[in-house]
Ligand binder design. Structure first.
Ligand code: SF4
Ligand code: SF4
Length: 328
């Protein structure tokens, strides 16, 4: 059974990290994987909090640097220099947080479950990694936690696109009864069904796969496979064989992710912080604590059940959802 440490006062951070052999990170250059927020997003992990975490790592003689990857869509985070500029605007500077910011745009292909994922080169070459994850909702995976921080955030633009496109639906006209169920469940109103016609807007489709799961006649199938499965595999490509400590900040739990300029509103009261050495355990514990306060809140808000990424993660050996919670 995996240990997950829960605390609500940041003064307990040192004790939480001691549970996961932080001393073994001493003397190492360690990427701290962090989403530094899309322009106009208000909910990402803030520099004041990050500074405390970086300070704690440095107290343990770790040489940390903040780390993230460029994104596929247009905007400042599309390029290395643009992302660095936005990180600076959001307050992620050496002066504010106590370490450098490195943005990666190049990857190394890694094979997981017969598919290739291009993992950011800094992650590939670092045997020690620290994951700092803001837990929130996500339009295509229900929730974004540690699995998503790596599964989408640890890979190149090309792999990000591949994952998003992999779970878009393919339509088989002969099997369709034009029941309209797919159109009713689509969170983005991307499908229009009329008496004898089925249309999907590729501009509106986020590839969440909800329509494929809802169609009972097999008229819809994935371009490749389920989005949350691809996320879990991609996360495994990023972290397998490494020493990773995962810190989930379960606060400012917004409906949508830190990539979304309009991610609000906050849909659940603040929970606290969780630390583990297993991405599946820390995400399952985060989800369970959120559900204790607001049952099935992500599914209600985003029409996508986030549990699949946890189940798939367990199935492919990314980690275990069987955990015991230790409260400090
Ligand atoms: S749910 Fe399936 S059968 Fe019904 S309209 Fe959509 S594709 Fe056709
Ligand atoms: S994959 Fe998701 S967003 Fe795309 S059409 Fe299906 S339900 Fe809508």
């Amino acid at each position: 059974m995996k240990k997950v440490v829960f605390f609500s006062d940041l003064k307990m951070l040192d004790k939480a990290l001691e549970n996961f052999n932080i001393h073994s990170f001493s003397g190492k250059n360690v990427p701290v994987k962090l989403h530094m927020g899309e322009k106009k997003n208000k909910y990402y992990s803030k520099p004041d909090f990050v500074k405390i975490v970086i300070g704690e790592l440095k107290k343990n003689k770790v040489n940390p640097y903040l780390f993230d990857t460029t994104v596929a869509y247009s905007g400042l985070r599309h390029s290395v220099n643009g992302y660095k500029k936005l990180a600076e605007i959001h307050g992620f500077t050496f002066e504010n947080v106590g370490c450098e910011v490195i943005i990666d745009d190049k990857g190394v292909p890694i094979l997981i479950e017969n598919r290739e994922y291009e993992v950011a080169q800094h992650l590939v070459k670092s045997p020690y990694v620290f994951a700092l994850t803001h837990v929130k909702g996500h339009v295509a995976s229900g929730m974004g936690g540690a699995i998503k921080n790596f599964g989408m955030g640890g890979v190149t633009k090309e792999t990000k696109i591949k994952i998003h496109h992999g779970s878009r639906p393919i339509f088989k006209k002969d099997a369709c009864t034009y029941c309209r169920v797919c159109s009713e469940v689509c969170p983005f109103d991307a499908i229009e069904v009329s008496e004898n016609n089925w249309i999907r807007s590729s501009d509106s489709c986020f590839g969440c796969g909800v329509c494929v799961d809802a169609c009972t006649t097999n008229a819809l199938s994935y371009e490749d496979t389920n989005f949350q499965y691809l996320l879990a595999c991609s996360a495994k490509a990023c972290v397998q064989g490494k020493n990773v400590i995962y810190l989930n900040e379960v606060k400012r739990i917004s409906r949508s992710c830190d990539c979304d300029p309009f991610a609000g509103p906050v849909i659940c009261p603040d929970i606290g912080y969780l630390v583990a050495d297993d991405p599946v355990a820390v995400d399952k514990a985060s989800l369970d604590l959120i559900h204790d306060v607001k049952a099935n809140i992500f599914e209600k808000e985003n029409k996508v059940n986030p549990i699949k990424q946890i189940e798939y993660g367990e199935k492919i050996g990314l980690g275990s959802s069987n955990y015991s919670l230790v409260e400090l």
